[in-house]
Design a binder for this molecule. Structure first.
Ligand SMILES: [Zn+2]
Length: 169
């Protein structure tokens, strides 16, 4: 197979393109994957000038996100401007740039592993206790497909908490 981004022939691996349809992804080579997960070597990404015209939305999204990371370079900015995405694909591309969409009661972005404090007493359904206002919840996780929900441990129980009732520490 050849890499969906740089067309290198050889082994490819599945790379998940998050923020869109479940299990969406592309087959890319080790070089592309290493750079996307680490730092980009700009010249390698001139390959996007052709691959961004793929009919595959997942490829378009990954191309767009990668070009945006290189937006300090004229050629990359030009390509990003030329890359037209339909509304749905654009929303998908933006979804990642803005994070998972989880924000606390003040609108601060939340990430997995953050520590938060409850800003309200919360009765925990089914557990028979109330999580008190001011309780610290350490190392939260984000509920993937619901930006209003996070998970964390309170009194030894793993519970789902609404993001609007927490404040990032
Ligand atoms: Zn590649």
């Amino acid at each position: 197979m050849s890499c969906a981004l740089c067309s290198a022939e050889g082994a490819t691996r599945f790379f998940a393109v998050t923020g869109g349809p479940e299990e969406a992804g592309v087959q890319i080579c080790a070089t592309c994957q290493t750079q996307i997960e680490g730092s980009l070597e700009p010249d390698h990404w001139r390959c996007l000038a052709s691959s961004m015209w793929s009919q595959e939305p997942a490829v378009q999204v990954l191309a767009k996100r990668t070009l945006e990371r290189l937006a300090d370079l004229d050629w990359a900015r030009d390509l990003a401007d030329q890359l037209w995405l339909d509304d749905e694909t654009r929303a998908w591309a933006d979804n990642q740039v803005l994070g998972s969409g989880h924000v606390d009661s003040n609108g601060a972005p939340l990430s997995a592993g953050d520590n938060v404090v409850l800003i309200k007493d919360l009765p925990v359904k089914g557990a028979g206790f109330t999580a008190k206002r001011g309780t610290a919840v350490r190392g939260i996780s984000l509920v993937q497909d619901n930006p209003e929900h996070i998970e964390g441990r309170v009194e030894g129980q793993r519970i789902v908490i609404l993001t609007k009732f927490v404040k990032k520490k």
